[in-house]
Design a protein around this ligand. Structure first.
Ligand SMILES: [Zn+2]
Length: 454
C-alpha cells in the first residue's frame, strides 16, 4: 500500500472553513487523504515506510472539476470558428460527430484528457458523445475521474441518420451503459443520463431519463436556455420557454446539471434555486456563440454554479484555468463591478462546488481527511506568476497551464513534473493528427481558406 507525505507546501484545502496552511502537509495512503495539517505536526514520529516528498515553494490545491466537456469533439477543434450557430451545428459539428468511429472517439478522449490533466483537471463531466465505450477506455487509461453520458436525441430536424434512435432504444442503451460501467476504473467512472437540448429531446425522453436517473441514484446532464431561438422553439412547440417548461414537467431537481443557462428570466433563476438545480457556466463558449449568463445573480440566489470548458469546436481551449479567469473578468465587465466574482468564489466554483454539482462531494472537491487524494501541485515560480502579493488571488488571475507541475488522481500521479505518466502523449498526438484528417475527409466538411494560399 503506497503511503506519501507531501510536505512544506502552501495548501489551500477548500474545506468548509477554507483552511489555508502556509507550511502544510498531507498524508496519503492508497487512494485516500488520511491526515492534513502543518508540516511540523505531520513529520513528527513518522512511520518509516512513508515516502516523503518535499514541495518547498509549491502550492497544493484540490484538483479542478470541469463540469461540461465534449471529449468526442476534441478532434474537431478549429472546425467551426467564426460561423453562425446553424452552420456551426449542421454544416460542421453534426457531419463531424456523425462520422466518428469508436476508435476516433477513443483517440479524441485521450487528447482531451491530456489537455485537461495539464490544466489541473482531475474530474470532468462529459456532455455526451456517441461512442461511450471509447470514452470509458480513455478515462480508464488516463487515470482521470469522470461522469460519462451518451448524447441522446430522439427527435429534431436535420438529424444525421446514424443518430435516429427512438426513445425506448436510447433509454435501454443508457441503462446497459450504467450496468456495464458505473463505478468502474476503481470507482473513477460514473454513468449518468444525457439529454442534448430541447430541440432534439421529446418530453417523453426528458421525463423518463429523469425518472431513471432517480432510480439509479445518478444525475442528468443537459444543455439548456442556450440561445433566444431555443426559447422561441419551446414556446412554439410546448407553449412556454425551456426552463419554465422543464419546471412544468417536474424535472428541475438537485440531480440535474443544467449547462449554459444564458437566456433565463429572474423567475426561472428562482425555479433553479428552489429545486437546487446545478449549473455549469462555460464563459468562452458563451462569449463565442451564446451571450452573457446571469452568473452572479444565480450565485446570489443560492444556486450551485460551476465552470466548464464545453467542447473544442465551441471554445478551442479545453483549459479550465482559462475559463476560471474569464468567469471572473466577464461578469466584472458586464456589471461594471470589480468586486463581483472574486477569486475565492472562482476557486469554490472550480473545486468544492464542482464536486457538489456532480453529487460527488462526499469523495472529492476539497482536501480533507477521508476524501480521495485528487490534488494538483502548482509551481508559481515563473515570470508569468510572480510575485505573489495576494497569493490566493494569484491562483486565479495569474495561474497559467504551465504552472501546473504535477497532478494526482485517486492517490496516483497522472502527471509528474509536467510529464504525463499514464499514457504515451507523443504517440497520442500523432494518432490525433491522423484521425482528425481522416474524419474531415470522410465527413466532407469544407473550410474555406482565409488567406491567399500559394
Ligand atoms: Zn456542450
Amino acid at each position: 500500500m503506497a503511503k506519501y507525505l507531501l510536505t512544506n507546501a502552501n495548501i489551500i484545502t477548500m474545506n468548509a472553513e477554507r483552511h489555508h496552511y502556509r507550511d502544510g502537509a498531507i498524508l496519503i495512503e492508497d487512494d485516500q487523504i488520511i491526515n492534513i495539517g502543518t508540516s511540523a505536526d505531520l513529520t513528527q514520529d513518522l512511520d518509516p515506510d512513508v515516502e516523503l516528498i518535499d514541495f518547498e515553494g509549491r502550492w497544493i490545491l484540490p484538483g479542478f472539476i470541469n463540469t461540461h466537456v465534449h471529449t468526442s469533439q476534441q478532434l474537431g477543434r478549429g472546425l467551426a470558428d467564426d460561423v453562425d450557430l446553424l452552420t456551426w451545428l449542421r454544416g460542421r459539428i453534426w457531419p463531424y460527430e456523425s462520422n466518428l468511429t469508436l476508435e476516433d472517439s477513443y483517440v479524441s478522449s485521450l487528447l482531451c484528457g491530456i489537455e485537461q490533466i495539464r490544466s489541473g483537471v482531475t474530474c470532468f463531466a462529459e456532455a455526451g458523445g456517441q461512442h461511450v465505450a471509447g470514452m470509458v477506455k480513455a478515462v480508464d487509461e488516463l487515470g482521470i475521474r469522470a461522469t460519462l453520458t451518451k448524447s441522446c436525441m430522439d427527435m429534431g430536424e436535420g438529424l444525421p441518420e446514424v443518430w435516429q434512435l427512438n426513445t425506448q432504444e436510447l433509454l435501454d442503451i443508457q441503462v446497459s451503459h450504467y450496468e456495464k460501467w458505473h463505478n468502474s476504473a476503481d470507482g473513477r467512472i460514473k454513468m449518468w443520463f444525457g439529454l442534448r437540448t430541447i430541440f432534439n429531446n421529446s418530453d417523453d425522453l426528458i421525463v423518463r431519463s429523469k425518472a431513471l436517473a432517480d432510480e439509479y441514484g445518478v444525475s442528468v446532464h443537459m444543455h439548456m436556455a442556450e440561445i433566444p431561438e431555443e426559447n422561441e422553439y419551446s414556446r412554439a412547440t410546448r407553449g412556454t420557454s425551456t426552463v419554465t417548461h422543464l419546471n412544468n414537467l417536474g424535472i428541475l431537481d438537485s440531480n440535474l446539471l443544467a449547462v449554459h443557462c444564458v437566456w433565463m428570466t429572474d423567475d426561472e433563476i428562482q425555479m433553479f434555486a428552489d429545486n437546487d438545480v446545478k449549473v455549469s457556466h462555460n464563459p468562452a463558449a458563451a462569449m463565442k456563440v451564446l451571450g452573457f449568463a446571469k452568473i452572479p445573480e444565480m450565485i446570489d440566489a443560492g444556486i450551485c454554479v460551476t465552470i466548464g470548458t464545453d467542447g473544442a469546436p465551441a471554445n478551442n481551449r479545453m483549459t479550465l484555468i482559462d475559463e476560471m479567469w474569464l468567469t471572473s473578468l466577464i461578469h466584472k465587465g458586464r456589471l461594471l463591478d470589480p468586486q463581483t466574482m472574486p477569486a475565492e468564489t472562482i476557486l469554490t466554483m472550480a473545486t468544492c462546488d464542482g464536486a457538489r454539482a456532480l453529487n460527488w462531494d462526499d469523495e472529492i472537491g476539497s482536501l480533507e481527511v477521508g476524501k480521495k487524494a485528487d490534488l494538483i501541485v502548482i509551481n508559481p515560480n515563473t515570470a508569468t506568476m510572480l510575485p505573489l502579493h495576494d497569493d490566493v488571488a494569484s491562483m486565479v488571475y495569474a495561474l497559467r497551464q504551465h504552472n501546473v507541475e504535477s497532478v494526482m488522481v485517486n492517490g496516483k500521479w497522472v502527471m509528474w513534473e509536467q510529464v504525463i505518466q499514464t499514457v504515451n502523449e507523443a504517440k497520442i498526438l500523432e494518432q490525433a493528427k491522423q484521425h482528425a484528417s481522416a474524419i474531415y475527409e470522410r465527413a466532407g466538411i469544407q473550410i474555406p481558406n482565409r488567406f491567399t494560399v500559394i
